[in-house]
Design a protein around this ligand. Sequence first.
Ligand code: ADP
Ligand code: MG
Length: 351
Amino acid sequence: IAALSVHSVAKSFGGARVVKDVSLAIRPGEFISLLGPSGCGKTTLLRMIAGLEMPDSGTIALGDKDITGVPVWQRNIGVVFQNYALFPHMTVAENIAFGLRTRKVSRTTIEAKVRDALKLVRLDDFGPRSTEKLSGGQKQRVALARALVTDPKLLLLDEPLGALDRKLREQMQVELKMLQREIGITTLMVTHDQEEALTLSDRIAVMSDGRILQDDSPKEIYERPRDAFVADFIGMSNLMQGKVVEFDGKKRIAISEKAVLELPPDAISAAHVSIFVRPEKLSLDEVPGAAGSSLPGKIVHVSYSGSVTHCFVDVGLQKPLTVLITNRSSRDDEGPRVGQPIWVNWDARNI
Ligand code: ADP
Ligand code: MG
């Protein structure tokens, strides 16, 4: 049985349909990210699961219990909000104890639970401090401790690391994931950061304009995006438009007057197709590769970024192809040059 089941949930504000018929199931212990651009309805969906917003239609269940009409404080769900929403006039310990106080737990139990929660987020001695002087990373941990102290069945995180700078964010990603695995809590995280979703999640639900477009493992989402939006939103991609033609008795894709490409084995049948290929699936070579999986071109721009280099190659299409190469060769190698004639080769299974 799923830890959380969202079934056909919809929500409008005024006349605007913000969440349109969303269904989602999360297995116990799973870490799921809800990934999509700003304004696509992620927070609204999270708030409905938390009980802060009532859906217009559809149902939400925790385990086998329908909680659609259950008030927030009876749901046993921990929430970390985007801006942490700590109470500024309370100490760290009082912030964390808040959820327990409203539940009329005994004072000694509260003290023990707060101590455990502080230890869990590695803020052991921070209890008596004011929240106002804490760093961003420390505030984030207090918010997490406050969400976890009631032993919730589900943890909801709304852009939990969004306010932190990059280095700290990467460090907190690792901490968050280790913590989640350690306590084994079922987690739903909202983010617009594709890299964050890819690194943290067991599963990603890609959302656009109030709908979930694809719900799969990070690898499936990245390697087999279901449509142009998902492909483009997650990572870099080369897009080519083609017409399906008969060539030497086989179906091929014509992408220009001169170039005819091999169809990938699992290609669907259509007159017109969009072809996506990731930059790291392309390679640069001085000689052509297999017929139909190779295009001649010229390097028009080179963007060096340390461990990898992105090469932009004009192959006679509207836009140059982006090819990612890893810089594993000798430090003294010159690397690709602008103006250099080159072949772009690939394996048809990767388009
Ligand atoms: P996201 O979290 O993906 O950025 P939100 O769920 O916050 O998106 O918002 C989706 C849309 O719903 C936005 O256009 C937003 O302005 C609108 N919206 C959200 N909450 C309310 C509200 N309480 N009243 C009116 N409009 C809202
Ligand atoms: Mg939001």
